[in-house]
Design a protein around this ligand. Sequence first.
Ligand SMILES: NC(=O)c1ccc[n+]([C@@H]2O[C@H](COP(=O)([O-])OP(=O)(O)OC[C@H]3O[C@@H](n4cnc5c(N)ncnc54)[C@H](O)[C@@H]3O)[C@@H](O)[C@H]2O)c1
Length: 272
Amino acid sequence: MPNLLAGKVGIISGALNEKSIAWKVAQKAHAEGARFVLTNAPLAMRMGEINALAEECNAPIIAADATSVEDLEKLFSGAQEQLGGKIDFVLHSIGMSPNIRKGKHYGELNYDWFQKTLDISALSLHKMLHVAEKQDALNEWGSVVALSYIAAQRAFLDYTDMSQAKAVLESIARSYGQRLGKQKKVRVNTVSQSPTKTTAGAGISGFDAFYDYADKLSPLGNAPAEACADYCISLFSDLTRYVTMQNLMHDGGFSTTGISEEMVEVLTKASS
Ligand SMILES: NC(=O)c1ccc[n+]([C@@H]2O[C@H](COP(=O)([O-])OP(=O)(O)OC[C@H]3O[C@@H](n4cnc5c(N)ncnc54)[C@H](O)[C@@H]3O)[C@@H](O)[C@H]2O)c1
């Protein structure tokens, strides 16, 4: 169905480079007829790659550190100004852990950094929705999607404090989903995506191994970033108006598989 987002306007965060999930969401939203503002942290902006995407999608850019309420206020008011009205969809595609960056394992986390992880990767969704509500910036039947990972439900030690961040993120989506659903019929969901080869993904120690493991376990294989973007577009569209407060698995079947033939083969070979 073409033009699934015709007439809709939005805010897309987190497009750092071509590999970013948000980058693909922006391209697909543009192809489906949406207009939107791109946003990222001022630091990420300096790399400059976002300019090419902005040009391709004819989208203005507004820099905002997602941990700063002041920046987010400027983002939401600026977006409404540039787009000429209230916002129909928001993509939260933001994650960063200083502990992962510095290679700290779970037993030696730096607590100041832990708080930074939570602030950037989880509370930023609360701050965004807080600002959106205060400015009455969202249209009725709007849709908010944040990206998550299954480490919110299951232990993946190398994902360290991001596991807790994702659990908080999913919980915020439920609470704000209830609040904004009642107030404005706005839905809020998280999409729990397969391991994906992006800048954030590749920063996790042992990433290649758990990418391969998930790929071998999932009957459909790991979901690529493009497919994740398609799912996000469907959630922004009017076809999913009653889906809210959900953590939606987009993982090729990983989360409900016990063991697969491929894994049996690998383990049999290893033990023989
Ligand atoms: N890559 C994976 O394996 C995977 C799997 C499941 C979920 N996710 C989630 O998908 C989302 C997008 O990540 P990605 O994989 O596309 O990687 P990415 O590195 O391309 O995107 C992460 C983005 O977060 C932005 N960011 C960091 N700090 C910020 C701040 N203070 N303010 C505003 N923006 C900030 C970065 O600039 C970057 O654009 C993240 O929430 C990530 O946790 C990724």
